[in-house]
Design a protein around this ligand. Structure first.
Ligand code: GUN
Ligand code: ZN
Length: 637
């Protein structure tokens, strides 16, 4: 099944839309409604839920918790509803959680949560005792208290549930409390296992999908498609349109192409509802396709920033993500297919920027620092020495010791980019317009002031402020005077430090270096030390792919378990042969590993077996029990 996925809600009795003609791979229906209706109940028990709702694929059922939250009571016990769902052959069942409303008192929330947790545990134990085939949802509750959401997620993670929905968010969405939705979802997902799908319960509006997926949600359910249609409302990624206000159809789906708003207004209610519902499903599935493609392209955050501009409260939610940039950074692949596009001040809080600024704050600094104005990228090609006089902020203007100076370029969005590494992803592969918004300027100024302090330098030139204040401009290339920044040895060492850690460059590239370049592009390709290949520089992102000797040197230089993935005895022979490593064989790994990192593969005695590219981050590698973790490049035999 493709994820993120949308499960259309099927009404067991009054369903009029056949959802099979859309991208539907899985549906959700309500077991409690079936249970309460003698006729439906009998049919479901004898023929199964799939026959009852006429859907062959996976069926998820809800337990009646939602009815509980609306009517205050249901006449079924937790055990009974689990048993009933198994009896009607549900693929994924749900225990009877208590949806605690947003902004409920903390006392009541704690009380409800206690019952939700007891029932989740009871359900899992009952399922195991009865050897049930059905998968189980354990719903995260905790109202709008992030610490209770996290606590609930922690407790549920100890159970062996198959999916972790996030519940009681419908009132937040109905009331545009998207900022609180971000807190609720982030405090929940950051405490759930990575290998288990998360379902944002009741989220069926397509304008929310990108944001929810960026926060780590995999499943959505939509009753919205039919509920909105019954009210003559069209879902779109720009929000909701009422038929009475429409002069134009809102999209290019089949329905919108074949009918005009007047056609619809002239129709019988039932026929009209059906057509609007179809539009609503078309739009919802189309948006999920856009989201899935954005994940592949690596520009989901651009999509989130774009979608969140359709409503001020959504923009507020997008800004609230700032608080969680460290959580999001963990899941952000180190390298992506797409360039980084600035869409507004929110872009400065994206994981890529956070990651770069953290690296800068921890880098090995040289004695002096020169900050240069922004020019064309890659900067090192276009900046020339004669520009310094005007711009550097510390040190003697006349006899600058080039070897002991860090040269950095002022940049949007990355604040400062060391010239030596300005060709690596995404420092070179990004675009921003001339910046004139106060938020962005303040962000960059604040970072630079902090950074200058790190250099123990008291002098920050007012020039930097000026440079930002007036916007950033180009300086023209002067190819005669760029010796120091064309120092390839310095450059390859700096990139290795940026990629693998401080000091790595000096260590792996020691000896007599030969730096081979592409004849066509002039870009660095291969680095040899005393005649042995150490690393290749990948043309697309200027990061290194290690060769055998490079991997050995990295292994010698870094302490266990840095840059390493530790595999068990069973998988050792496979790794040595150069076969890929599966997550279930991994015993331990460096917490700094992110998807797309180059990593060393070792055994428990820290013997180097192989090296390769991580396909997942640390958390995922440790949590997943199926699938590949590392694509091995070479084994040491
Ligand atoms: N549907 C929408 N919200 C909820 C919830 O909190 N729990 C359950 N079980 N179903 C829901
Ligand atoms: Zn349409």
């Amino acid at each position: 099944m493709k994820t993120p996925a949308l499960m259309p809600v099927i009404h067991p009795k009054k369903q009029k839309i056949d959802v099979k003609k859309f991208d539907t791979e899985i549906v959700i229906t309500n077991a409690y409604l079936v249970y309460k209706d003698e006729e439906l109940k009998e049919k479901a028990l004898s023929e199964g839920i799939h026959k009852l709702i006429n859907f062959d694929g996976p069926v998820m059922t809800d337990s009646g918790s939602f009815q509980l939250s609306v009517y205050g009571d249901v006449d079924i016990s937790n055990k009974e509803v689990i048993e009933f769902q198994e009896a009607i052959k549900t693929d994924i069942g749900t225990s009877l959680d208590i949806p605690t409303a947003p902004y409920e008192t903390i006392e009541k929330t704690k009380e409800d949560l206690k019952i939700t947790l007891e029932r989740a545990k009871e359900a899992v134990e009952y399922k195991e005792a009865k050897n049930m085939e059905m998968l189980l949802n354990s719903v995260v509750q905790g109202s709008t208290y992030p610490e209770l959401r996290s606590y609930c997620a922690d407790e549920l993670s100890k159970l062996n549930a198959d999916l972790y929905p996030i519940g009681a968010v419908v009132p937040l969405m109905e009331n545009y409390k998207y900022r609180d939705l971000v807190d609720v979802v982030m405090s929940s997902v950051s405490h759930l296992p990575d290998s288990t799908p998360r379902h944002l319960m009741g989220a069926g509006h397509p304008m929310l999908f990108a944001l929810a997926v960026a926060m780590g949600c995999d499943l959505f359910d939509s009753a919205a498609y039919i509920l909105y249609a019954e009210d003559d409302r069209f879902l779109t990624t720009r929000g909701t349109y009422k038929l009475e206000n429409l002069q134009e159809m809102p999209c290019s789906c089949k329905i919108c192409n074949n009918y005009t708003p007047d056609d619809l207004r002239a129709m019988e209610k039932d026929e009209r509802t059906k057509l609007i519902a179809e539009h609503n499903l078309n739009v919802s599935f189309a948006e999920l396709r856009v989201v899935r493609q954005a994940i592949i392209d690596g520009d989901l955050m651009e999509l989130v920033e774009e979608r969140c501009r359709v409503h001020p409260m959504l923009l507020d939610a997008c800004r609230q993500l700032d608080k969680y940039t460290d959580d999001l950074e963990l899941y952000d692949p180190r390298i992506k297919k797409s360039a980084f596009f600035y869409t507004g001040p929110e872009s400065l809080r994206r994981p890529e920027v956070t990651r770069h600024l953290n690296k800068l704050k921890n880098m090995d600094k040289k004695r002096d620092l020169v900050i240069l104005p922004k020019s064309r990228k890659p900067y090192s090609k276009y900046i020339n020495k004669s520009d310094f006089g005007d711009f550097y902020t510390y040190g003697s203007e006349t006899d600058l010791d080039l070897d002991n100076t860090d040269f950095m370029v002022l940049d949007v969005p990355f604040c400062l980019i060391p010239l030596d590494i300005d060709e690596v992803y995404p420092l070179s592969q990004n675009e921003s317009p001339k910046i004139n918004d106060i938020d962005s300027i303040e962000f960059i100024e604040n970072f630079i002031s902090e950074f200058i302090e790190y250099y123990d330098q008291t002098l920050i030139s007012s020039k930097i402020i000026d440079l930002l204040g007036i916007g950033l401009y180009n300086i023209h290339p002067d190819s005669d005077n760029v010796k120091f920044i064309k120092d390839d040895e310095r450059k390859v060492k700096a990139i290795a430090d940026y990629q693998f850690g401080n000091g790595v460059g000096e260590f792996i590239f020691e000896g007599n270096l030969k730096i081979e370049k592409s004849k066509n592009t002039g870009k660095i390709r291969h680095i040899y030390s005393d005649g042995t290949l150490i690393a290749n520089m990948r043309a697309s992102d200027s990061f290194f792919v290690l060769a055998k000797e490079g991997a050995k040197r990295l292994h010698r230089f870094k302490a266990f378990p840095e840059n390493r993935v530790v595999v068990n005895k069973d998988s050792e022979p496979f790794a040595r042969e150069g076969k890929s490593v599966f997550s279930k064989f991994v015993l331990d790994c460096d917490t700094n590993i992110r998807s797309k990192d180059e990593v060393l593969i070792v055994n428990e005695d820290d013997e180097l077996l192989a090296f390769g590219k991580a396909l997942l981050n640390h958390n995922e590698i440790m949590d997943f029990n199926t699938g590949q973790a590392i694509k091995t490049r070479k084994g040491f035999g």
